[in-house]
Structures are given as structure tokens and as C-alpha cells.
Ligand binder design. Structure first.
Ligand code: NG1
Ligand code: MG
Length: 532
């Protein structure tokens, strides 16, 4: 062992293929020949590109979020699990002072960036290696400001060769997998051990260098995931997780809608826009609940004004039954259901306030301006504040309830029913209040619910990507077969390029079914392997 720190990431030393075997076994459920082959191919590609062996290999998985959608960036806890699909990265030194990044798979152009980590990532040029550069930058920005004693004396040029199996643009967090695996590779190379929670925190900040205003869920679970357990991830006061044992007899089935959600490109209208809308909703709520205009400019998230909303809600508690109902009543009273325009908000929050609030954040500033564009009917796109706040405040309640159900002594059947209700409610809220579903997802979810799933919802950012369904174990096989026939063979919106003809079910995906619709067990998080 190079080092083995319980809180940090374990580094395995392998002197023979036996040790590599141990590593693969500790990480993968069934490391068959194809797992070995995959690692060998990575090392071979590295050797053929760089004429020497890599020094370390790091891996980090994608994830499926079970509940708690679009609330991590508002400061609320979420409940994901790591999946088996991951990204693996081989690393070693290069002969110049650049960081060279290439990919085993076709269609990923190789590229280089300076080993000077203070260089900015060019976020207007969306190339895949930006994620690697963001991770690289993140490692050293973190060390410099938080653990300067661990900062390497000198940064050298590096070679990285990457292979990823997390389907892209599908809400399974291929981006977190590549960012986390790259960060681990760099940490491994420099022999720096950092607490897992801190790695999860700084890798979450990395995606901001690429231009997405992400919360910290994906990186947290990619780093901290554990075989057999979902995790309740908390972000306050600092990042930590609690284990969530899933009920017996049910499985989560992931199904890709095969609609790409082009996250980075669409972010100004979709993801980042929601981050902006939530902040504006928080500001307006704060204003109406006693903050000065000046103070509202400092408010970042809905969680910050929650105490005021709750206080105000006390008057409704009797009438509305629950705290959650009372909060919803306050939000509906204080925020209009109609869109707010830029001008509406400046009237409320003060002239120039919007530009001022988002001045330090170029990505959010873009969304601010997108809101002034035409929505297609001659009106500005605007901001929906009531709907976004209603989603966030209701979704954040479902997360601890989900864990409570899993921890309870109820029967498996009761647990399943209660979890199903929470998941379906989450979907309805994502679709109706947060506007982050889409036609294809709605159709797929309807099919899943009709054909044997106890519940089905989108997972990840939405606007395409995957669904996650709660399915009784004995039904999993027929459920998957049903989707192959009903959705993938019939659904005419899916581009032909995904499929080959199949005599039995009509169409068969080019890439194989196993990454398009699969039953998933919670898998282990990031790890580093030292090569001898
Ligand atoms: P996906 O769709 O997996 O990229 C995104 C965010 C999460 C979270 C979810 C919505 C990134 C890297 N991740 O996930 O932090 O906000 O959307 O719950 O942007
Ligand atoms: Mg992502």
C-alpha cells in the first residue's frame, strides 16, 4: 500500500496481476474478463501513445439520483447512489510542461493545456478535455488555499489517457465521473492524500470552471459512494454523508430516454437559469419578509430565507395542516404565479440590483440576459419564481422522508409503497413546477408506471437523459423487455442513428442494451491504483 487513510482515498499498489485483481474485486461487483480487458486496453493505449507505462490509474463512477432533484445548489441534502459505470484515467509524467489528454475511444480529440493551474478554462469552447483541465485546476486551487503544506514544490507536465463508460448527457453524471477520476489521478500522481469529503467539495467547484453552476451531489457520490448503500448527502455545515440501506425485494432500473440533454450548451436557458431563478425567488421572499433591498442582494439560496418563510408560515399551520403546506402557502402568497421580467424585479429589488447580484458570475449573467430574449410569442422569457420555490421547498422535504422510510421497521411492501409515492411526487414537481422534464421523459415515465414500475421519475438535471424506476425484483426482467419493445422499438422520436435493425424486437441499440436500460445496485466510489 502506498498509503491507506480511512478518510482519504485508498491507493492500491499492484506488483503483480494478483494485486490488480484484488483492486478490481474491491471496486467492481463482478470484475469479469471484460473489466480486466478494459484496464489493460487503457494501459496499452497509454504505452502506445507515450512510449512508457503510466504510473497510476484512477477511477470514479457515475450516479443515479434517487430523490432530491435540483436542490443541492440550494443548500439542501440529496439522496443518490453510485452506479457501476465509471471513468478510468491513466496518468504519468510527460517530457514537456504541458498536460496532454487523450481518450481510448474514438471521437474524442486529444488536446493539451498548460501545467500552470492558474490558467482559466476556456468555457466558451466546449471541448471534452475542459472537464479534465477543470479537475486539474481544482486540485491545485484547493491545495493552495486549504492545505498549502501539501502543495507540490513544482508542477510537471503530465500525460492522461481516459476511458469512460458513463453514458453522456444522460443525467448519470458522466461529467462528475471524468472530473473526479481526473482529480484522483492527479492527487495520486503527486502522492497527496486528501480527505474524501474535501475532494468531493472541491471537485464540485470544478464544474464552475467549465461554466455549469452545479451543486455538489454528483461529485459527492462519485467520490464517497459505497457498494450496497445509497447515501444521504449533506452539504452543511460541510459535506458529509449518511448510509441509506435500500429495501429488500426492489431494484432501481435506469432507462435512458435517448434524448440528449446538452448540459453545457443549454445551461443558460435551463440549468443555470434555474439557479438564477431560485436566487431571485429567495431575494423577493427575503424582501417581503423583512430584509432590506441591500440585504436581499447578499441572499444566494432558498435555504437561507427558509427560516423567515417558516416563521411567516406559522399563521397557516393550523389551516394547512403541515409545515410544508404552510411554507407553500407563504410562497404562493408572496410570489406571483406569472413570470417576472427584468424590470419587474428591478422595481422590487432596486435599480441595477440584478446586474449587481450576478456581476461576479459570468454564467449567471448570461442567464440573466437570456431571460430578456423573446420566448417565441413576443414576450420576454422572464423568470418563474413561485413555481421554482414551490418545487425546492417541497422536494427538500421528500429527501429525509425517503431515508426515514428506508430506516423504518415497516414491511418491505409498505416501504416500497411509501418510496414510490415520494418518487412519483418528485417527478410531478420536476415536470409541473420546475419545468425540467420533456416530452420523451414524460412518455417513458408513463410507460414505466403502466408496465410494472412502482414509481418512475427523471434523474439528474432532466430535459432529457435518464429515468429511474422502482421495480419489484421479480418484475425486473420483464420490465426491461417491455421497455425494449414499447419505448425503444416503437418510440419514433429516437433518432435512427442509435439503432440497428433487430428481427425480434424491431430495433437494437448500436452500443448494446446494458448502458441504455439496466438494473442498478449501489456501487463503490472513486479509487486510485498505483502501477509498479
Ligand atoms: P447531472 O444532470 O447529472 O449533470 C445536475 C447537477 C447536480 C444536480 C442535478 C439536479 C452537475 C454536474 N450536476 O446533474 O448537481 O443539481 O443536475 O438535481 O451540473
Ligand atoms: Mg453532469
Amino acid at each position: 500500500m502506498a498509503y491507506n487513510n480511512d478518510d482519504g482515498i485508498r491507493v492500491y499498489t499492484t506488483l503483480s496481476s494478483n494485486n490488480a485483481d484484488g483492486f478490481l474485486r474491491s471496486v467492481y461487483d463482478n470484475p469479469g474478463d471484460s473489466t480486466f480487458l478494459r484496464y489493460s486496453r487503457l494501459v496499452e493505449t497509454y504505452m502506445s501513445n507515450h512510449k512508457r507505462k503510466p504510473e497510476y490509474v484512477a477511477r470514479s463512477p457515475g450516479r443515479v439520483n434517487l430523490i432530491g432533484e435540483h436542490i443541492d445548489y440550494e443548500g439542501y441534502s440529496v439522496l443518490p447512489m453510485a452506479i457501476r459505470q465509471d471513468t478510468i484515467v491513466a496518468i504519468g509524467h510527460s517530457d514537456d510542461d504541458l498536460v496532454h489528454v487523450s481518450n481510448v475511444q474514438e471521437g474524442f480529440q486529444e488536446s493539451s493545456f498548460s501545467s500552470d493551474f492558474t490558467q482559466a478554462v476556456d468555457m466558451h469552447n466546449h471541448i471534452w478535455t475542459n472537464y479534465v483541465q477543470a479537475a486539474y485546476k481544482g486540485v491545485f486551487e484547493y491545495l493552495r488555499s486549504h492545505e498549502p503544506a501539501k502543495m507540490p514544490k513544482k508542477l510537471v507536465g503530465l500525460n492522461l489517457v481516459i476511458e469512460g463508460q458513463v453514458p453522456q448527457g444522460s443525467g448519470l453524471s458522466s461529467s462528475a465521473a471524468i472530473v473526479c477520476a481526473s482529480a484522483l489521478a492527479v492527487l495520486g500522481y503527486y502522492g497527496v492524500s486528501v480527505d474524501k469529503g474535501r475532494i468531493a467539495e472541491f471537485t464540485a467547484r470544478c464544474e464552475k470552471y467549465v461554466g455549469t453552476e452545479s451543486g455538489g451531489m454528483d461529485q459527492a457520490i462519485s467520490i464517497m459512494g459505497e457498494k450496497g448503500l445509497a447515501k444521504l448527502v449533506h452539504f452543511k455545515p460541510h459535506l458529509y454523508t449518511e448510509d441509506v440501506p435500500l429495501p429488500q425485494g426492489v431494484t432501481f432500473v435506469v432507462a435512458n430516454s435517448l434524448t440528449r440533454s446538452a448540459k453545457a450548451e443549454a445551461a443558460p436557458r435551463q440549468y443555470n437559469m434555474r439557479v438564477v431563478e431560485c436566487r431571485l425567488a429567495a431575494a423577493v421572499l427575503g424582501l417581503k419578509l423583512g430584509l432590506t433591498q441591500e440585504q436581499t442582494r447578499q441572499v444566494m439560496t432558498l435555504s437561507e430565507v427558509e427560516p423567515r418563510v417558516q416563521e411567516q408560515g406559522k399563521q397557516y399551520e393550523g389551516a394547512k395542516g403541515s409545515l410544508q403546506g404552510a411554507m407553500a402557502a407563504v410562497v404562493s402568497e408572496l410570489l406571483s404565479k406569472d413570470k417576472y421580467t427584468h424590470d419587474d424585479l428591478e422595481q422590487l429589488l432596486g435599480e441595477g440590483s440584478l446586474e449587481h447580484m450576478f456581476a461576479s458570475n459570468a454564467s449567471q449573467m448570461r442567464s440573466l440576459h437570456v431571460a430578456e430574449e423573446d420566448d417565441g410569442s413576443g414576450q420576454p422569457l422572464g423568470f418563474k419564481l413561485r413555481q421554482r420555490a414551490l418545487h425546492v421547498y417541497s422536494e427538500k422535504e421528500r429527501v429525509p422522508l425517503f431515508k426515514q422510510v428506508c430506516d423504518s421497521s415497516a414491511s418491505a411492501a409498505e416501504k416500497t409503497e411509501q418510496l414510490a409515492q415520494l418518487m412519483n411526487d418528485s417527478q410531478d414537481s420536476c415536470r409541473d413546477l420546475y419545468d425540467c422534464s420533456c416530452e420523451e421523459l414524460d412518455h417513458l415515465i408513463q410507460l414505466c408506471r403502466q408496465h410494472g414500475a412502482e414509481a418512475s421519475r427523471l434523474t439528474g438535471a432532466g430535459w432529457g437523459g435518464c429515468t429511474v424506476s422502482l421495480v419489484k425484483e421479480e418484475r425486473v426482467e420483464s420490465f426491461i423487455r417491455m421497455l425494449q419493445q414499447e419505448y425503444y422499438a416503437e418510440y419514433d422520436k429516437i433518432p435512427e442513428e442509435y439503432f440497428l435493425p433487430d428481427a425480434v424486437i424491431g430495433r437494437r441499440p448500436k452500443a448494446g442494451w446494458e448502458n441504455i436500460v439496466f438494473a442498478s445496485r449501489p456501487s463503490s466510489g472513486g479509487a486510485i491504483l498505483k502501477l509498479s
